[in-house]
Design a protein around this ligand. Structure first.
Ligand SMILES: NC(=O)c1ccc[n+]([C@@H]2O[C@H](COP(=O)([O-])OP(=O)(O)OC[C@H]3O[C@@H](n4cnc5c(N)ncnc54)[C@H](O)[C@@H]3O)[C@@H](O)[C@H]2O)c1
Length: 359
């Protein structure tokens, strides 16, 4: 399948590299508001650089990967759908539930598909965790924890302002990895209760490109809450850009007959460890390939050809967006927020595939 890329910034190289690993798709053209960024990637990865209008008018391109900043995801996605093409977006799906829903509904009306990052849950770490749970290694899941804590990306990202604008913050930036991994392992979320705050009114960039730039903080940067899943499990969650140092694990699940350590869901690999009741941690064999970013779009292209549902799909991304937005909503209202959407757990990745194979 011939595809196009819109947005040739920091993360785009990971996608161009991923496309080199597969025969399922081929990047025909790329574009960016900064045409020089598109030209640089086109030269490096041997495709065409063009304007967004030219890319959308190209009849050979069936699917567009949208790697723009969060605030532009829905607008760009709608343009792609209007042009009659499928869209696979970087996360989050949108910066609020209304626009995210509009994107999903527009695609459905047009008979087109929406895909959305993260695709890290297709890697060995989360697939092995899910397999361990599904095969009963810790019994019925009762509770768990999910922590993503740090001090924000202004120390390393060349253009960090968007992380402190609507659509950024630790929840919409990093939450997609955590909530998507949890939904993949445990199924959909029923309700959320949370308290959220903003630790600093402004941030100062120390990345080389913009050292000293003062960035106003327009979103909450420390979010704590509890998610109740439809299967009854409750997960305690902290997403923070306000913590210099901590010693909290990424994700742990506590079951009826044992506990499980789930690896960083912002990566594709392990380790995964299970501890049976009264025993000790046992590292699990990783029976799936790790792969890397772009595997979600490869899965989507392959699914379009065969007619099956793709795994990193719009319904999953919308459910995750609704859960993430529920944190601030619950904090503001002082009430539990019932999650209206639901989603299926994506099909597990088959065991025994080679790197970059997916079906
Ligand atoms: N940087 C990372 O490590 C990383 C990792 C995973 C996911 N992401 C996600 O990838 C997306 C992009 O992040 P990034 O770090 O590459 O940002 P970036 O600022 O480095 O790049 C974004 C690019 O999109 C372009 N752009 C913005 N609006 C556009 C529009 N309307 N039309 C065309 N081009 C447009 C910008 O000119 C820029 O080149 C975000 O959603 C982010 O959450 C980033």
């Amino acid at each position: 399948m011939k595809i196009g890329i819109i947005g040739c910034g920091t993360i785009s190289s990971a996608y161009f590299e991923g496309a080199r690993k597969t025969d399922v798709l081929e990047i025909k053209a790329c574009t960016d508001l900064r045409i020089e960024a598109a030209q640089a990637q086109a030269e490096k990865y041997n495709c065409e650089a063009c304007t967004i209008e030219q890319l959308l008018a190209d009849d050979e391109i069936e699917l567009v990967v949208n790697l723009t900043i969060p605030r532009a995801h829905v607008d760009v996605g709608l343009q792609v759908l209007e042009a009659g093409k499928h869209v696979y977006s970087e996360k989050p799906l949108g910066v609020d539930t209304e626009s995210g829903k509009h994107l999903i509904e527009t695609a459905a009306e047009k008979g087109l598909r929406v895909g959305c990052a993260p695709d890290t849950f297709l890697g060995a770490g989360i697939q092995t965790s899910r397999q361990a749970l599904d095969s009963g290694k810790i019994g019925r899941p009762i509770a768990g924890t999910a922590f993503m804590c740090g001090h924000g990306p202004e120390g390393w990202h060349p253009n960090p302002a968007f992380f402190y604008d609507i659509g950024g913050g630790p929840m919409l930036d990093m939450g997609p990895y955590y909530v998507t991994a949890l939904v993949n392992i445990l199924g959909p979320v029923k309700r959320v209760a949370a308290i959220t705050t903003k630790g600093f009114a402004e941030r100062i960039a120390t990345s080389e490109a913009l050292n000293g730039l003062r960035i106003p903080v327009g979103i909450t940067t420390h979010l704590t809450g509890t998610l109740e899943f439809q299967n009854g499990a409750i997960i305690t969650m902290i997403m923070s850009f306000d913590m210099w140092r901590h010693s909290l694990p990424c994700i742990e699940i506590y079951g009826e007959t044992g506990s499980m350590q789930v690896p960083d869901p912002n990566g594709f690999g392990g380790p995964v460890a299970v501890c049976p009741a009264g025993g000790d941690w046992e590292e699990q064999e990783l029976a799936f390939p790790n792969n890397a970013r772009m595997i979600g779009a490869i899965d989507m292209a392959s699914a379009i050809r065969s007619g099956r549902t793709h795994r990193a799909n719009g319904a999953l991304a919308y459910h995750v967006l609704e859960v993430m937005c529920a944190f601030d909503k619950s904090s503001e209202s002082g009430e539990h927020v019932i999650i209206e959407s639901t989603t299926e757990r994506p099909d597990p990745v088959p065991i025994g595939l080679n790197e970059w194979e997916i079906d």
